[in-house]
Write a protein that binds this ligand. Sequence first.
Ligand code: IMP
Length: 177
Amino acid sequence: MIHFVTSNKGKYAEAQAIFGDLVQRDIGYAEIQADTLEEVALYGMEEVIGRLEGPVMLEDAGLFVQALQGFPGVYSAYVQKTIGNAGILRLMEGQENRSAYFKSVVAYAEPGIKTVMFSGEVHGRIGFEARGNRGFGYDPIFYVDDVSLAEMDLEKKNQISHRAKSMRALKNWRIGR
Ligand code: IMP
C-alpha cells in the first residue's frame, strides 16, 4: 500500500489504475517556485515524508508549449487556475507551431531509502478548440493524433500519458528490486 499525496481525484484515478493499491492522501504541501518539476517534487516529498508512515509518492506535472518557449511549464497549476484553457488557446491564436508536451515527475520514498524519481512525457499538439469532457486540467486542449486527452477514457489515456509512463517506471523499479 502506497500513500499518494494529491488533492487531484483525476490523478489519483489514473495512478490507482496502474498500481491498484494506493490510498489518496489530500494533506497538502507547498509547491515551491523552481525551474524544474524535479525540484518541486523533491521539496514536496521532504515536506510530507515525516507526516505519513510507509511508502509515499507524489507527482508534479506540467504542460510545455514549444511556441511559448515551454510556458506554462512549472507554472501550469497557476496558469490553469488563472487564464485556464481559454487563455492558452488565446495565446496560441495565429500560431502555426502547435507542438507541446506534458511531463510528469513522480517522487517516491519509503523508510530507509533515499527519495527516487521517475519521469514520463507525452508529445502532442495544442488544438484550436477545447474538446471532450473527461480527464482534467489541460486535457481538453491537448491532442494526440487528433484526439484530445479529454475525449479518451482513462484506459486510453493511461496507454499514452506522461503520468502513466512515470508511474509505470516506478512500478517496475519496485518490482525489480
Ligand atoms: P500539478 O502536477 O498538480 O502541479 O499540475 C499542474 C497543472 O497541470 C494543474 O493545473 C493540472 O490540472 C495540470 N495537469 C497535470 N497533469 C495533467 C494531465 O494529465 N492532463 C491535463 N492537465 C494536467
